[in-house]
Design a binder for this molecule. Structure first.
Ligand code: AKB
Length: 309
């Protein structure tokens, strides 16, 4: 039987750290290659370098790629060309190499940022108006079309999820619009105070990272015939606003205080749905989230308190 050899590109980022651990538990330490641009990775790989990627795939006998390298909404808005290039060119390189080298499967994350002000605000469905109004959202939407194109034209088995704001205890705070929901935990533990860059009632779809990792594994395990969406699946976890999260943290840290100084990121968040409907993921491959706001908050605080000693 053929051994699965997995290449994780962007292995040292928000999703990559925990996904690499989960993949290693499943496929074995030496069958999962952690690639990134930082020295702690197994191999140094620039996601934009297609020749280098092809060499790694050939030399290591890679059968599956998880492409996690990319930029988030806030930096992409501030400097368009590099964000666009990283999000789209890296995906095209991976899809080309997957086609040439006949890889078994590819995973690529999309985002709720594909939706825009014209999309339904609540329970935003899979099939609806999808007109993003941010650089990041446009790049994710275009990426979804590329995934569908390579599947339809060349049979590349590429699978994708539209992630909400992800909350993780292992990764440093990122540069996304939803990343207040990570910083708030660090500041609550360290200073019992947080100044939020979104309005108190800006509700967004969110997900705890263990649920997101499980979703990736379950999607990639699903039989090919079960996958009916070849752009990207809506995926729901929970929805909350900063005031809801602050109230939940206060139950654990009664002295915690929050104030609000909304900045340019509020504009980005205002264009996104407050909640997502994900029936297709539930129907096609049995998706069910495990964490709600209460469970996530308790777990994040317990994990971070341990990590911070
Ligand atoms: C961001 O805020 O940019 C990301 C996302 C919603 O994809 N977390």
């Amino acid at each position: 039987m053929k051994t699965d050899i997995i290449l994780v590109i962007g292995a040292c980022g928000q999703i990559g750290i925990e996904l690499t651990v989960a993949l290693r538990e499943r496929y074995g330490r030496f069958n999962v290659i952690a690639a990134d641009k930082v020295a702690t990775a197994d191999i140094l790989l620039d996601a934009l370098d297609q020749d280098a990627l092809r060499n790694v795939v050939r030399n290591c006998g890679v059968t599956q790629i998880y492409l996690l390298a990319g930029t988030f909404s806030t930096p992409a808005e501030q400097d368009i060309p590099p964000g666009w290039k990283l999000n789209i060119q890296s995906l095209l390189s991976v899809l080309e190499v997957a086609k040439e080298q006949r890889l078994d499967k590819v995973f690529w994350p999309s985002s709720i940022a594909v939706f825009g002000p014209g999309s339904p605000k609540y329970n935003c469905p899979q099939q609806t108006c999808v007109e993003p109004d941010t650089v990041y959202g446009i790049s994710k939407r275009v990426g979804e079309y590329w995934c569908n194109y390579y599947f339809e034209q060349y049979g590349v088995d590429v699978r994708s999820l539209r992630f909400s704001g992800l909350v993780a205890c292992t990764a440093p705070t990122g540069y996304g619009t939803t990343d207040y929901a990570v910083s708030i935990f660090h500041q609550a533990i360290e200073k019992q105070h947080y100044t939020c860059f979104l309005n108190e009632d800006t509700c967004l779809p969110m997900m705890y990272l263990p649920d997101a990792i499980r979703a990736i594994l379950e999607l990639m395990d699903a039989p090919k015939e079960a996958i009916t969406i070849r752009t990207s699946y809506n995926l729901a976890g929970m929805s909350f606003a900063p005031c809801d999260l602050a109230a939940e943290i206060k139950k654990h840290i009664p002295g915690f205080r929050i104030d609000y100084q909304p900045d340019h990121r509020e504009m980005i968040a205002a264009g996104w749905p407050a909640s997502i409907k994900d029936e297709q993921a539930r129907k096609d491959w049995g998706w069910q989230p495990h964490f709600d706001l209460k469970g996530m908050t308790a777990d994040m605080l317990a994990q971070l308190t341990k990590i911070k000693g």
